[in-house]
Design a binder for this molecule. Sequence first.
Ligand SMILES: [Zn+2]
Length: 78
Amino acid sequence: MASFKYAGFLQHNDSTAFDALLAPGTIAHNSGIYRCGACGDEIAANKNNPLPPQNHHQHAPGVGPIRWQLIVFAVQRN
Ligand SMILES: [Zn+2]
């Protein structure tokens, strides 16, 4: 699970960007931390770059496919 120390550096946000379950290789529309909804693996991704591919990590049979979900995005200033 993603962790932080200082709550003042994060703020709650109801953006629908957090609701999408993205297939491997999908272009990330936000820089930030993404979590695999099936196994909980977490990665950092950069805006406009593809999320990790299908072979990034393996799931045991029955766990389901890799689906990346945005959990924290970075706010970039210009
Ligand atoms: Zn996974």
